[in-house]
Design a protein around this ligand. Structure first.
Ligand code: CU1
Length: 523
């Protein structure tokens, strides 16, 4: 790993394991986040394998329904709070200081605290599996009234969500403070690389939504353990109110997981196109626009909850509006590639794969935004297919691409290119085998979150499960490649990707004078 582990306080790094526990160095903390996320990917992935094993055949054969529900709930929470968010924060730690020309994050000790709070929170969440009654079973959305009938361990799940929320808020404060206060002279906001911009916007989203989630789950805690009735109809409360509170957090949370992924893609594509990003300023405003509108669309998750038609229509139109700035971003990535000197090393394969699979998820999102159509899709496997195209086909692909792209910079070693390409092709094919049939299952009426199903759903479920096993096994290639790179990859050169005009590593996307300049010659 990085050899420059000196802290900003001028002391040398602590010896041995204490270095990693006490570190305030942004690169060390970035490595910690990424390593933690990598471990959680296999934990959450193992839960997905349990789910798909059970669903490979109709009937109950592997696990009992209670355990299935616990796996389904924890899979969601682990993937969101343990894998995608920590990985993106890991990228922020590594890249934001380097991209704005800062010596470290603005608040290095807080940075260390953010990481270890996350570890404490996630450990507590996983420990609920071992408690009497097991972990919670109502899905990561924790809808009342089911969540008011949960085992004792629910209190610990809520506390773990509080810990992880505090971790996210502190991390976001650090990113905003770094970007606003520690930019090098001449690094104007509208000259920052797009990855920095994506995290700058995301950090504000997190600071707004995390307290809302904390408030919501605290009210659940009070209803469940202290006799209040915020969400309990029997005491005059409203279960639908919980859905409003939850999705006011939950929808922007989706953008927390995708905007930094957009940032990663916006760095990779210019490098492998040997051109500056097309439409830099439009990309920045699109990010801001998406995050702004994301606060006005939460009830598109609740069209069937009995809202007035006028409200349904408002949330339908607002949701469809988000397709505009998102479309601008997709267009600009493709325009960046247009007439570029393209090469397709592993990071670029993942970036182009991202555009395809993420866009499929985007299109099904537009389908579900339509109120009358959503009545058909609601609570069906179609929804599962949709958000896995966005989160696995989108964010996870961007993370893989980003790791391959920056690993030589971070470790000084080169990964195995052929193995990386094999990982990409196995991943993209198995991902589609895994998730595409789920659209058909949902349209044919298979509900989500069930351990058993009617016989007519057997074939597509089996195909989906086979895709899942191949997808899971493919990630072992990635694990091997990364570990091997860190330990004994061959020396990386200064300009691994041979990007023209210094468009490499930390600065591919700053604003050029204008975006129509000719593609520069390679060499
Ligand atoms: Cu949403």
């Amino acid at each position: 790993m990085s050899t420059e582990a000196t802290t900003v306080h001028g002391h040398g790094p602590a010896p041995g394991i204490m270095r990693w526990i006490t570190t305030t160095n942004h690169k060390d903390i970035g490595t910690l986040y990424l390593t933690f996320s990598f471990i959680m990917l296999f934990v959450g992935g193992a839960m997905a394998m349990v789910i798909r094993s059970e669903l490979a055949q109709p009937g109950l054969q592997i696990v009992n329904p209670d355990f299935f529900n616990q796996m389904m709930t924890l899979h969601g929470l682990v993937m969101i709070f343990g894998v995608l968010m920590p990985a993106l924060v890991g990228f922020a730690n590594w890249l934001v200081p380097m991209q704005v020309g800062a010596p470290d994050m603005a608040l290095p000790r807080l940075n260390n605290w953010s990481f270890w709070l996350l570890v404490a929170g996630m450990s507590m969440l996983l420990s609920t599996l071992l408690m009497p009654g097991g972990a919670m079973e109502m899905g990561w959305t924790m809808y009342a009234p089911q969540s008011l009938q949960t085992p004792f361990s629910f209190a610990f799940s809520i506390f773990s969500i509080h810990l992880m929320g505090i971790s996210s808020i502190l991390g976001s404060i650090n990113i905003i403070a770094t970007i606003l206060n520690l930019r090098a002279p001449g690094m104007k906001l509208l000259k920052m690389p797009l990855f920095c911009w994506s995290w700058f916007v995301t950090a504000f989203l997190l600071i707004v939504i995390m307290p809302v989630l904390a408030g919501g789950v605290t009210m659940l805690l009070f209803d469940r353990f202290f006799g209040t009735s915020f969400f309990d109809a029997a005491g005059g409360g409203s279960p639908v109110l919980f859905q409003h509170v939850f999705w006011f957090f939950g929808h922007p949370e989706v953008y927390v997981m995708i905007l930094p992924a957009f940032g990663i893609i916006s760095e990779i594509i210019p490098t492998f196109s040997r051109k500056p990003i097309f439409g830099y300023t439009a990309m920045v405003y699109a990010l801001a626009c998406i995050s702004f509108i994301s606060f006005a669309v939460w009830a598109h998750h609740m069209f069937t909850s009995g809202m007035p038609t006028a409200a349904n229509l408002f949330f339908m139109y607002a949701s469809m509006l988000i397709a505009v700035p998102t479309g601008i971003k997709i267009f600009n990535w493709i325009a960046t590639m247009w007439r570029g000197s393209l090469t397709f090393e592993t990071p670029m394969l993942f970036a182009t794969g991202f555009i395809v699979t993420f866009t499929i998820g985007g299109f099904t999102g537009v389908m579900m935004a339509l109120v009358p159509a959503d009545f058909q899709y609601h609570n069906s496997y179609f929804i599962v297919a949709h958000f896995h195209y966005v989160l696995a086909g989108g964010t996870l692909m961007a993370l893989f691409g980003g790791i391959y792209y920056w690993l030589p910079k971070w470790t000084g070693h080169m990964y195995l290119e052929r193995l990386g390409k094999t990982h990409f092709w196995l991943t993209i094919i198995s991902l589609n085998v895994l998730f595409f049939p789920q659209h058909f299952l949902g349209l044919a009426g298979m509900p989500r979150r069930v351990p058993d199903y009617a016989l007519q759903f057997t074939d597509f479920n089996l195909i989906s499960s086979i895709g899942a096993f191949v997808f899971g096994a493919s990630q072992l290639l990635f694990l091997y490649n990364v570990v091997r790179t860190v330990h004994r990859g061959k020396q990386a050169t200064d300009r691994v990707w041979e990007g023209a005009h210094g468009l490499e590593w930390t600065v591919p996307s700053p604003a050029p004078y204008h975006t129509f300049q000719e593609a520069p010659d390679v060499k």
